[in-house]
Design a protein around this ligand. Structure first.
Ligand code: GSH
Length: 218
């Protein structure tokens, strides 16, 4: 079989989700760390977003589609349960995280920290403050979602968790979101537990936006 090439910068939460999925399945791959809108990315994603993927003649974009391909083409543990109701619940949580959580926690809040539009590069205070009331409610919702089993669906680590964990990791890095996490006991236990998982641990990005090259992990 040809080698799978995953294209996208490692800090992207969606690239990281695909890397966790690849690690869970035990699939060897090459990570090509290109940024959004690079020519190779634009050639595959109609809106230039990462991740994109190449595997032989197959080219794909969108993390959910890439994970579905990985799950169906390669051996290894399934990324979602075979029970139809449970499988649909995985889709449900991937969808909720991608349409409600990511737009506020990542695109609004984290962007204002990592890529601020301020003259001196300091965090965009207004944007952050506008996100926080929504985040407070959403943290409470997600805290309840993992309260029973420490997973989003059933009592196993599924694609729903693989999709959510990268976002939660980043929440621990910035002050306001870290405080929210500390006040969400179930989410805090969830992130601590799953950060220790091999597939997550071995794919943690070695650099994050705004970090100096000298500060990067090896
Ligand atoms: N729905 C896409 C979202 C991908 C996405 O938003 N990627 C971000 C990086 S985490 C990106 O490429 N942003 C650049 C842009 O929006 O122009 C997926 O699941 O793959």
């Amino acid at each position: 079989m040809p080698e799978l090439e995953l294209i996208g910068a490692a800090p992207s939460n969606y690239v990281w989700t695909c890397r966790i999925a690849l690690a869970e399945k035990g699939v060897p791959y090459r990570l090509n760390e290109l940024r959004p809108h690079s020519p190779e990315v634009d050639a595959i994603h109609p809106f230039g977003k990462i991740p994109v993927m190449r595997h032989g003649a197959v080219e794909l974009c969108e993390s959910r589609a890439i994970c579905s391909y990985i799950d169906n083409v390669f051996n290894g543990p399934k990324l979602a349960p075979s029970d139809p109701a449970r499988a649909a619940q995985v889709e449900q949580w991937v969808s909720i995280v991608n349409t409600h959580i990511d737009p506020v926690w990542v695109r609004q809040y984290l962007r204002a920290h990592f890529f601020p539009n301020t003259p001196d590069g300091s965090p965009e205070r207004e944007t952050i403050d506008a996100a926080l009331p929504k985040m407070e409610q959403q943290f409470a919702t997600m805290d309840r979602a993992v309260a029973n089993t420490g997973h989003l669906v059933g009592d196993t680590f599924t694609l729903a968790d693989m999709n959510f964990m990268p976002i939660l990791y980043y929440m621990g890095l910035k002050p306001e979101s870290s405080a929210l996490l500390q006040r969400s006991p179930n989410l805090k236990a969830y992130v601590d537990r799953h950060m220790a998982r091999k597939s997550v641990q071995e794919t943690v990005p070695t650099w994050i936006p705004g970090q100096k090259a000298s500060e990067r992990a090896a």
